[in-house]
Design a protein around this ligand. Structure first.
Ligand code: SF4
Length: 367
């Protein structure tokens, strides 16, 4: 299949590995931002095939993983209301809240439905005029335009029983937060190709120059990732810190302007808490004043939640690249996909799930 097979070609991958080994002269630590990239890297064993000087750490690009515990607890409380249908992507259902998850709330009678797009949730709202349909709007810049369109469509068609519980987060502020954190060890980034397909890479240019850190917009197939790593290492070895684009088949510098316009019309940026990390200024989206009636938190004010995080889970440290999942004391023991203690063990983009599914074993914490 064109645009897929050539990016999974073992011969090209081996050539790239040889090229990376040839240009690497000293230790470098790189972070891939997106959880989808993490899964490819770990599934294919790319981290183990790279020269020993190159360390990969995994970033916060799993939106389900960084959705704050308080918001998950709030979603569960809202879902339990008899007048509510809560619609969500499937990943969210098993993410542990303080004491429950949406899956259990559904088993106990809450009307929680898995949908594949916010437009499905709009249909549910049209079919159930006596209920309020809450769509759990989780995701990075990739999913925000579709959710903005759904809100615009609800407003245009007078669908007043449709609201969003907004948990959108933005990538560039998170990268900045990682770079300024005291324990940072990231020297180069593989930026998320799908986010940049929407947003372009203009916002990454000031990060690259301001922190003198190379950023390579990278795709998701093994050859994409190896090429992104090679481009990043080459910049580091040559002392350059620029934004480069490996994912040329999808990303342009300015991104998808119409998608950005609909996002900006409906959402504005705000400070946002990231699970396990804390509040990152300007890293979230909320509905603008003109669309605030479509905000679940406006429709259901004062939902009381008492947040309690697992004491064993170090997901916040993992999501900042300061530890790897196999260094977590609970990895594969107290915490498994069947009994997850944290969201990264649940989500299809979670780093802990990637390590577990690849059969990795727990290791002692590296120095
Ligand atoms: S392995 Fe489990 S407990 Fe450890 S960081 Fe990952 S999700 Fe948390």
């Amino acid at each position: 299949m064109k645009f897929v097979d050539e990016y999974r070609d073992g011969r090209i991958a081996k050539d790239l590995l040889r090229s990376i080994a040839k240009i690497t002269t000293r230790p470098w630590t790189l972070m891939e931002v997106c959880g989808g990239q993490t899964h490819t890297l770990i599934r294919e064993g790319i981290d183990q095939l790279l020269p020993p000087e190159i360390t990969l750490v995994h970033g916060p690009g799993c939106p389900v993983c960084v959705t704050p515990l308080a918001l998950i607890d709030e979603a569960i409380e809202i879902a339990r209301r008899p007048d509510v249908i809560l619609c969500s992507f499937g990943d969210m259902l098993r993410v542990p809240g303080s004491s429950d998850d949406l899956f259990r709330a559904r088993a106990e009678g809450a009307d929680v439905r898995v949908v594949y797009s916010p437009l499905d949730a709009l249909d549910v709202a049209a079919e159930n005029p006596d209920k309020t349909v809450v769509f759990f709007a989780v995701g990075f810049e990739t999913t925000a335009p579709a959710n903005a369109m759904a809100v615009k469509q609800a407003k245009a068609s007078g669908l007043e029983n449709f609201v969003l519980l907004v948990a959108h987060v933005l990538v560039p502020p998170a990268m900045t937060a990682i770079l300024v954190s005291p324990g940072n060890r990231v020297q180069g980034f593989l930026a998320p190709g799908h986010v940049c397909t929407v947003m372009g890479w203009v916002d990454y240019e000031s990060i690259a120059s301001g922190f003198h850190v190379p950023i390579v917009v990278t795709g998701f197939e093994p050859v994409d990732l190896l090429e992104g790593i090679r481009m990043t290492v080459l910049q580091l070895e040559e002392g350059r810190a620029e934004v480069e684009n490996q994912y040329v088949r999808s990303v342009r510098r300015e991104g998808n302007v119409p998608a950005q316009q609909v996002m900006v019309e409906v959402f504005e940026s705000c400070d946002r808490a990231w699970r396990g990390i804390g509040v990152i200024p300007g890293s979230g989206l909320r509905l603008r004043e003109g669309y605030r009636t479509f905000d679940a938190e406006t429709r259901f004010p004062g939902v009381e939640v008492a947040v309690r995080e697992s004491e064993l889970c170090i997901a916040g440290i993992v999501l900042q690249g300061r530890a790897r999942p196999d260094e977590c004391p609970a990895f594969g023991e107290e915490c498994t996909p069947e009994h997850p203690l944290g969201a990264p063990m649940v989500s299809s983009e979670g780093a802990c799930a990637a390590y577990y599914l690849a059969g990795r074993k727990r290791v002692a914490k590296r120095g």
